[in-house]
Design a protein. Structure first.
Length: 305
């Protein structure tokens, strides 16, 4: 992570608004969240300001969201942040920033799914609606959206790291799920729109039910298995079958195997990031560990689901 040298504060956000969107400058500003790439500052009751702060790729992700989300959002059945204004880089803040709609709810890493059936059908409806053929100019993913076999080196590195830290109880079972995914036939349909990062911090809940999806910085085109991995990451074991039954079109065995591989990758990343958070290391998020460990246990309990 390469944190910006400029400290983002409520005063800075207000100054940026006064410079470029003065009609919004008097709204109340308070911190919403510090994510992996961006900070989110709530603006009034219904808006938010999203600013890069921690990675070199964050600027490009905001440009991408601003370009594509206004057209995609109306077809999605769950609330999502919709860009409303664009902030140009300036001497005050040398990065782009955007004003979006605010999506209420609590990230699922802090408020896990409790109403399993409702959440399974809501999540399936969301990915079904999103997974439409992407525009020819659609962006490609950063290490996502392609065949799992392309990411075997990253999988091996993550598994070795997590195993070395004593975080994996049965590395051979994890490896078996991955090998099935890497050997599965590739996606042979058109590249579909993908969220690209459906992990618990980016899916919101209210009263135990999934109620919104945020952070479309990894929006890309590719294999739907990338997003379908979310079933194992977000849902209790009893609801995964309902998710698969509710998704359209009907899932074939190869796509399910690839999705399980993507889920293993996401679980390993969550376990490592969660462990870093427990140890107080930069970039660590302690709330990511428990759902990732639960997901890995679900994935290795059976060879298919």
């Amino acid at each position: 992570m390469t944190h910006t040298e400029i400290e983002v504060t409520a005063e800075l956000v207000r100054d940026l608004l006064r410079d470029q969107h003065p009609d919004l400058a008097d709204y109340r500003v308070r911190l919403g969240a510090r994510g992996w790439d961006n900070q989110l500052w709530r603006l009034g009751d219904d808006l938010a300001v999203r600013l890069p702060w921690a990675t070199g790729s964050a600027d490009a992700l905001l440009y991408k969201e601003y370009a594509w989300m206004p057209a995609l959002a109306p077809s999605l059945p769950l609330p999502v942040p919709v860009p409303q204004r664009f902030g140009e880089p300036s001497e005050r803040f040398p990065h782009p920033w955007i004003v979006t709609t605010w999506v209420p709810g609590v990230p699922a890493d802090r408020a896990p799914v409790a109403r399993a059936a409702e959440s399974a059908t809501a999540l399936a409806a969301f990915v079904t609606a999103l997974h439409q053929p992407a525009a020819q100019q659609a962006p490609t993913g950063r290490d996502r959206g392609g065949p799992p076999a392309e990411y075997s080196e990253g999988f091996a590195a993550q598994l070795a790291s997590a195993t070395g830290l004593g975080l994996i109880r049965d590395p051979e079972a994890v490896r078996a799920v991955w090998e099935q995914a890497a050997a599965a036939p590739d996606w042979d349909g058109p590249p579909l729109w993908l969220h690209g990062d459906l992990h618990p911090a980016n899916v919101l809940t209210a009263e135990g039910t999934i109620c919104g999806v945020i952070d479309f910085g990894d929006l890309c085109a590719g294999d739907p298995a990338c997003d379908l991995a979310a079933a194992w990451i977000l849902l209790p074991d009893s609801a995964i079958g309902l998710f698969h039954d509710s998704y359209r079109p009907t899932l074939d065995a190869a796509t399910l195997r690839r999705a399980r591989g993507y889920a293993v990758l996401r679980a390993l990343a969550g376990i490592l990031i969660g462990n870093a958070g427990v140890r107080g290391l930069p970039g660590g998020k302690p709330t990511w560990g428990p759902p990732a460990q639960a997901a890995l246990q679900r994935l290795t309990a059976t060879t298919d689901h």
